[in-house]
Design a protein around this ligand. Sequence first.
Ligand SMILES: Nc1ncnc2c1ncn2[C@@H]1O[C@H](COP(=O)(O)OP(=O)(O)O)[C@@H](O)[C@H]1O
Ligand SMILES: [Mg+2]
Length: 287
Amino acid sequence: MEALIEVKGVSKAYANYATGRELVVLRDIDLQVRPNEFVCLLGPSGCGKTTLLKILDAMITPDRGEVLLGGRPLIERLADIGFVFQDVGLLAWRTVLGNVALGLEARGMPRRQRETVALEYIKLVGLEGFAHYYPHQLSGGMQQRVGLARALAISPKVLLMDEPFGAVDAMTRQTLQVELARIWEQSRATVVFVTHDVDEAIFLADRIVVMGRAQATRSVNVALPRPRWNRDAQSDPEYVALRVNLIRMLNTAHAAAAATVAHAAAAATVAHAAAAATVAQTAKGGE
Ligand SMILES: Nc1ncnc2c1ncn2[C@@H]1O[C@H](COP(=O)(O)OP(=O)(O)O)[C@@H](O)[C@H]1O
Ligand SMILES: [Mg+2]
């Protein structure tokens, strides 16, 4: 099947003030996501997952390469993308209903209609009865549900999620994962979900892309049948084998990242010593 999202040769570097050099975060990344696919980007902290996701939402422009959505430049298709951040970013002065309706309001949908739609999604994420609550009256898990409802309300073709359950407790996280899998099976949106949690990736994904420093290293298919919450998936030999394999891949990615950091630190030390020598010399010259 033809890809919905195509990432072609994307590279991105940031200026690194500590070393005075550029930090290459993404190098020549190619990634294709099929319609209705659920892809997890899995990788250690700092490997560039958020950067890649923000490039997929055109919040960050890559230095090289391009992203196509349905064969069109990303910038023409932004209305088709929903985004859920780790930090939900709800508007404190708006109720749940007001927050969920935000994207619809921005699209010019009349009030009655957008409230009807928003209420549907509030129900879908299990927050029926909380429409008139304010964010500070909700738990972290409930706020995440509001963020999800807000993103889903615009019926996005593509849903981008950046460690959305990273800040909630383990039990709530599990509930939210089950809910997300259920909602995704209903909506069949195309999802790119960032996580550093191996089990979360295996539970949710059709395919897991393991990212290491600067490169998306390998992509692994998850063939476990759905729905996965009905069965004792974690004792499935296939699950166990996949988990071991992923952890090995992550460790390799992590070791590579650590080596790069050590290298950068060494370079900084050398630069520092050189600078000190220059200062010393200047001081001497001034005598
Ligand atoms: N705006 C920025 N300016 C400079 N460096 C950045 C910026 N954003 C991210 N970085 C650096 O790029 C690397 C990758 O960051 P990020 O994409 O957030 O990784 P991840 O989401 O995998 O943890 C990190 O080393 C981070 O410090
Ligand atoms: Mg991140």
